[in-house]
Design a protein. Sequence first.
Length: 177
Amino acid sequence: MQLTGLIVGGDSLYGIPGVHIYVPKAGRGTSTNYYGYFSLPTQVGDSVVISAIGYKSKDFIISYNEKKSISLIIELKEDTTVLPLLEIFPYPTEELFKQAFLSLKMPDNVYNGISINDQIMSRVTHANKTDTRSYYLYKASNRQSFVLIDAFAWSRAIKDLKNRRAVKRRKEKGMED
């Protein structure tokens, strides 16, 4: 039986990406896509667990359906946990911290560019090439056009100007007659 559905947040109908849908007995599961949609093969009687960070988990059992498929819209409630404040100090007093900080010696090669490992930088550049390309394409496609170099905007502006002058002339002729 094919289980498909949409996982939505508590106060909206927008899907939640990255929600985990898991069948413990079968040992298989899936995650929702960017829009909160998922699809998972199940069997009658399977227990399905739905969980996401920041939301309360849900579970239910698959019941018999003649269509051999179930489509659901599942609403998850937010689960906000406030942790108590925890301050961590490596030194027992502020004076000891200041003393240790001021006596800290920095290596000489930190200030010149030689300390950067070229192999690591080439790996980072290569690994991010596709991410950078897709980010560039996304930004380029959503860019606002510059009106001063837009030929269509100039054409509309000139037509509007001519129409205003023609209307003004007609009004002046009508007043003189």
